[in-house]
Design a binder for this molecule. Structure first.
Ligand code: SF4
Length: 150
């Protein structure tokens, strides 16, 4: 596995795309091979990014009451975790948070929500309204993590 990991590292540094099959083989690394994989990934990162760090920020824009039952997740309505729960944050508040993040040199601001299976409809419309407001304000690049699709 070690030789394969190094081969994939060389490929990545040459900016060559790894195949699906190669990616599948990499994620099968276990035991000491995981340390080799982490070291290789770090050399690829160092090659492309050096010691530069880009800052970003996120907002938990809808907290808790998720309809799904993912056993690891505090946002699920199925678990009695003592978290603040609230509906989707307003555009105004998100723009204000993005401005504050930019004041701390964040280049990107991510909108993160606790739900699953976002589809066309009121939830998507509400998210798009907020992303448009953030983009128009222009304090940072706008990112989003909107859960998996059904
Ligand atoms: S779908 Fe996402 S937010 Fe909801 S419980 Fe699962 S991991 Fe948590």
């Amino acid at each position: 596995m070690r030789n394969f990991i190094r081969k994939m590292e060389d490929k990545a540094i040459k900016n060559e795309r790894l195949s699906y099959e190669e990616g599948c083989r990499l994620i099968q690394a276990e035991g000491p091979d995981i340390i080799d994989l982490i070291s290789s990934a770090n050399r690829v990162r160092q090659h492309f990014c050096g010691d530069q760090v880009n800052l970003c920020s996120i907002s938990n824009a809808k907290s808790g009451n998720c309809s799904e039952n993912c056993s690891f997740c505090s946002q699920s309505a199925y678990h009695g975790t003592a978290i603040d729960t609230y509906p989707l944050t307003s555009s105004e508040k998100l723009v204000s948070e993005a401005k504050a993040a930019a004041g701390h040199n964040a280049e990107a601001f991510g909108v993160v929500v606790a739900w699953w299976g976002l589809r066309e409809g009121p939830d998507l419309d509400a998210i798009l309204e907020r992303i448009r407001a953030l983009s128009a304000a222009g304090h940072t690049r706008t990112d989003a993590s909107l859960g998996s699709q059904r």
